[in-house]
Ligand binder design. Structure first.
Ligand code: G6P
Length: 477
């Protein structure tokens, strides 16, 4: 077969990621329905065109995906790997999302976690097997000298494994998360930490979203290896949103409908004027800091009672990683706190928090358009595209309250209102300040935010990495 050791394939540009660009569901009548996703890599691949010989290797994630693989259904240019469900669960839930994500976002409550025991080692073996499945598939599909772009913390071992199988390839890896500083990263058992770093250093080139994360990675390597990064180069590529797509998409009829419905839910202030809105849109993700966002809003209503009845916190918190108990608990806490705020402060005509949990892209865009204030307060975040999308889509300009721990802060600091994400009182103060910015100033700042946010559109983000990889001095041949 094409995946046999020593064989090679025909793909000239390969992408590898856990989550691919398409997913399948088995309908009630047994038919397969497909759903396409978006994001930076999707735009990048469409920019290089259908004739570029590109192949996207990803995991079959759902039962529908596995059924599609079994039936031989698929899209041209996409190859889903039917990794056994238990191996995938241990690698994705047990290691990638519970260990590596926690380390890079510094999410552990350290008196009790993490515990690196025999169960952890068992899961680690699955993470290795899962990475090996990717490395072998890529090795089998890549043309001689092809460029391979590996994505994210799920696949840190792939570059090293692939380098051994196919020394002729140009290998890149991109991290969409922060990178932990060395004092936190050293929490991992030494052999595991070294395996991760060595796996990454198997790449010719590593990409990060900001200088801060790139420096942290380099510091982790210098702390362990005499030769630091060895021959691996590092690039910083601050991914921005696709502004043209967002502007066009946010002016379609379904978004207008959602805006009308939202306005209805938000209602008017007692003096008849439209209420102000503080909008947030996130996956219900521990690192997004939704709970402290609600606590800050409560603090605002206490410190500035003049805002009562005149403002609504519109919070969209979409389900994420619900196989993990801590995510389920966090989701429940968000709901509980929103309910508590509504019963404590609400009046017959005013619901202080409008919380929606059902993922709806058109409604997210509707909220972006009418937001007076966007609240983006993550504990730590690789970039945070919401911070970059809202100013692009906003109708009348929006004030941005932004955590200094989000990667986006490096580019948006000048016109955002910065917060320490742990400081609830400081965040309440920032919300008050944001609500009080005069309209002209707000519109101007929002315009500048949109310009800064779109400096590197997704297609260019992808092409920059591809070209840098191709231009790099090749492997000794
Ligand atoms: C982050 C990660 C991505 C991931 C996304 C959604 O942005 O960097 O790799 O795809 O979260 O998470 P999920 O676990 O649903 O893929």
């Amino acid at each position: 077969t094409q995946d046999a050791p020593g064989a090679h394939g025909a793909a000239k540009v390969l992408v590898a990621s856990n989550r691919g660009p398409v997913s399948y569901e088995v309908g009630d009548d047994g038919s397969l329905n497909s759903k396409r996703g978006g994001g930076g890599v999707v735009s990048g691949l469409s920019a290089i065109g259908p004739d570029a010989g590109a192949l996207w290797v990803c995991s079959a994630l759902s039962d529908g995906d596995r059924e599609a693989v079994r039936r031989g259904v698929g899209e041209e240019g996409v190859r889903m790997l039917p990794i056994p469900a238990d191996v995938h669960a241990d690698a994705y839930n047990g290691i990638a999302n519970s260990v590596l994500w926690f380390v890079h976002h510094m999410l552990y409550q350290t008196p009790l976690e993490p515990v690196f025991d025999a169960e952890f080692r068992r899961r680690w073996a699955s993470y290795e097997a899962y990475n090996r499945a990717f490395a072998e598939a890529l090795a089998g599909q890549a043309a001689p000298g092809a460029a391979v772009l590996v994505q994210d913390y799920h696949l840190t071992l792939v570059p090293g494994m692939l380098r051994e199988l196919r020394p002729d390839l140009r290998i890149g890896h991109f991290s969409h998360t922060p990178w932990a500083p060395p004092e936190y990263f050293r929490m991992l058992p030494d052999d595991i930490a070294e395996q991760v770093l060595r796996g990454m250093l198997g790449a010719d080139r590593l990409g990060f979203l900001t200088r801060r994360w790139a420096d942290a990675f380099e510091a982790c390597c210098s702390a362990r290896f005499a030769d630091g990064l060895g021959g691996t180069r590092i690039g910083v590529h601050g991914l921005g949103p696709d502004a043209d797509f967002l502007r066009e998409r946010s002016h379609r009829a379904d978004v207008a409908e959602r805006m009308a419905a939202l306005r209805e839910e938000i209602g008017s202030a007692p003096d008849g004027t439209a209420r102000r809105t503080i909008v947030r849109v996130d996956r219900t993700e521990l690192s997004k800091n939704i709970v402290r966002g609600l606590l800050s809003y409560r603090q605002l209503l206490d410190d500035h009672p003049e805002w009562r009845e005149r403002v609504v916190h519109v919070a969209f918190a979409y389900p994420s990683r619900q196989d993990l108990a801590v995510y389920r608990d966090y989701t429940a806490e968000v709901q509980r706190l929103a309910d508590e705020l509504n019963s404590r402060y609400g009046t017959p005509g005013w619901t202080p928090v409008v919380l929606h949990v059902k993922d709806d892209f058109a409604r997210s865009l509707a909220a972006y358009r009418l937001a007076d204030v966007a609240l983006v307060n993550p504990i730590r975040d690789g970039m945070n595209l919401v911070a970059k999308e809202v100013p692009v889509v906003s109708d009348e300009g929006c004030a941005l309250v932004l955590s200094r721990e989000a990667g986006a802060y490096e580019e948006l600091a000048e016109d955002a209102i910065a917060v320490n994400p742990y400081d609830v009182i400081g965040t309440a103060r920032a919300l008050h300040e944001a609500l009080s910015v005069p309209p002209e100033e707000r519109a101007e700042r929002s315009k500048r935010l949109a310009a800064a946010a779109t400096a590197l559109p997704p297609a260019q983000w992808f092409l920059d990495q591809l070209h840098a990889l191709e231009e790099q001095p090749g492997p000794a041949a």
